[in-house]
Design a protein around this ligand. Structure first.
Ligand code: HEM
Ligand SMILES: *[C@@H]1O[C@H](CO)[C@@H](O)[C@H](O)[C@H]1NC(C)=O
Ligand SMILES: *[C@@H]1O[C@H](CO)[C@@H](O)[C@H](O)[C@H]1NC(C)=O
Ligand SMILES: *[C@@H]1O[C@H](CO)[C@@H](O)[C@H](O)[C@H]1NC(C)=O
Ligand SMILES: *[C@@H]1O[C@H](CO)[C@@H](O)[C@H](O)[C@H]1NC(C)=O
Ligand SMILES: *[C@@H]1O[C@H](CO)[C@@H](O)[C@H](O)[C@H]1NC(C)=O
Ligand SMILES: CC(=O)N[C@H]1CO[C@H](CO)[C@@H](O)[C@@H]1O
Length: 329
């Protein structure tokens, strides 16, 4: 009897080892197809629901991609960006200034309820953001990449942490590099992920200082193409808090490598975009992609999105699977 059960334990351990070997997980414990058994249709549901919304409101693709970035840089990719303010926590990340322009929460909520109908209590909101971000890029004719899943949802969301960890559009290259490095991302990830600005729009206030009062002397930013400054001044008047400007004029709904062409021509919209020309490694990448129509950009973007998606994830028994993405259970 004792021998038998010892034998079963050995067999069991052996099988476990084999399972671990045959289902590669990345360093953070996420893996492609995490829901293969518990919710095999999850990726199809996410894709269909996202496409349903984007076909009616295509401009939501960009903020949905940005949402994943904002989630991951604050407390890791744990869905904390989705939490609504409540009486108990009036200052969640959502209420912080950089999040005031996030949009598309209704898409996440709709995906979550569609998924809950089929597999209740199984799929995290953090994974839904990661999958929706990928599908939004694909919707805009960008690359497809496999999204490792298995994230769990956090219970904490703090507005001051959003201010602390999200890079401002005024950031210089050393600030950007250290903020990405602090999240385990490389200089290459920085220059690759910055090209997410190939889609979407920005409010004038994020770059108006470059047009009107760069150093407090009523001057313009010398690192920006003067013709581009003139064009932007037509759209953005001093103190404009409402106007939206395309970040990649003419193709803001197409995910392509144009971003690098613009930056190389000193037409990056933010100081953080222009800063990519001030470091030898990021500049070399910008020039290479600009001169080769983004020869490796699509492949690189998928790799860097997976890297970003690994930041500070909760796995195993940490965190929870939220019932509703806007509230902790
Ligand atoms: C490198 C540092 C970054 C800075 C300083 C930055 C800053 C900003 C700012 C200020 C806006 C304009 C928001 C508005 O006015 O509505 C914006 C928009 C956007 N950002 Fe970034 N960002 C950075 C990196 C990223 C990354 C890594 C991603 C995604 C992978 C991303 C995706 C986007 C998208 C898609 C938009 C357009 C949003 C829309 O159309 O509503 N950004 N970003
Ligand atoms: C969460 O808050 C937003 C406003 O920030 C509101 O539009 C939305 O309806 C809220 N969600 C829920 C489920 O209460
Ligand atoms: C939010 O984070 C800040 C640090 O950025 C900390 O000082 C503060 O206590 C936190 N607030 C809550 C409610 O945890
Ligand atoms: C870059 O920005 C950081 C943070 O604002 C600042 O401390 C640093 O002095 C700046 N570096 C340069 C070279 O301007
Ligand atoms: C430019 O900035 C300086 C310093 O912040 C300020 O004193 C001045 O009034 C500004 N000029 C304009 C035209 O906004
Ligand atoms: C824009 O917002 C700033 C800060 O909230 C405010 O001081 C300024 O008056 C606003 N400008 C306009 C034209 O409404
Ligand atoms: C999406 C969202 O919740 N935006 C909020 C950002 O914060 C301001 C207040 O600071 C709210 O008014 C917005 O609703």
């Amino acid at each position: 009897m004792a021998t038998l059960s010892l034998f079963s334990v050995v067999v069991f351990l052996h099988l476990t080892v084999v399972l671990f070997v045959s289902e590669p997980t990345n360093a953070q414990g996420l893996k492609v197809g995490f829901y293969k058994n518990a919710c095999p249709s999850v990726e199809a549901i996410v894709e269909q629901t996202t496409a349903h919304f984007l076909s009616r409101a295509p401009s939501l693709a960009a903020p949905l991609l940005r949402m994943h970035f904002h989630d991951c840089f604050v407390r890791g990719c744990d869905g904390s960006v989705l939490l609504n303010a409540t009486a108990a926590n009036k200052q969640t990340e959502k209420t912080a200034v950089p999040n005031q322009s996030l949009r598309g929460f209704q898409v996440i909520d709709a995906v979550k309820s569609a998924v809950e109908k089929v597999c209740p209590g199984v799929v995290s909101c953090a994974d839904i953001i990661a999958l929706v971000a990928r599908d939004a890029v694909v919707f805009d004719k960008g690359p497809f990449w496999e999204v490792p899943t298995g994230r769990r949802d956090g219970r904490v969301s703090n507005a001051s942490e959003a201010l602390q960890f999200l890079p401002p559009p005024f950031a210089n290259i050393s600030d950007l590099k250290s903020r990405f490095q602090a999240k385990g991302l490389s200089v290459k990830d920085l220059v690759v992920l910055s090209a997410a600005h190939t889609i979407g729009t920005s409010h004038c206030f994020n770059f108006n200082n470059r047009l009107y009062n760069f150093t407090g002397k009523g001057d313009t930013d010398p690192s920006m193409d003067p013709n581009y400054i003139a064009r932007l001044k037509n759209k953005c008047k001093p103190g404009d808090n409402t106007t939206l400007v395309e970040m990649d004029p003419g193709s803001r709904k197409t995910f392509d490598a144009d971003y690098y062409t613009l930056v190389a021509k000193r037409r990056g919209l933010f100081q953080s975009d222009a800063a990519l020309l001030t470091d030898s490694e990021t500049r070399a990448y910008v020039k290479l992609q600009a001169s080769t129509h983004g020869s490796t950009f699509f492949k690189d973007f998928g790799v860097s999105m997976v890297n970003m998606g690994n930041i500070g994830v909760l796995t195993g028994f940490a965190g929870e699977i939220r019932k509703h993405c806007a509230f902790v259970n």
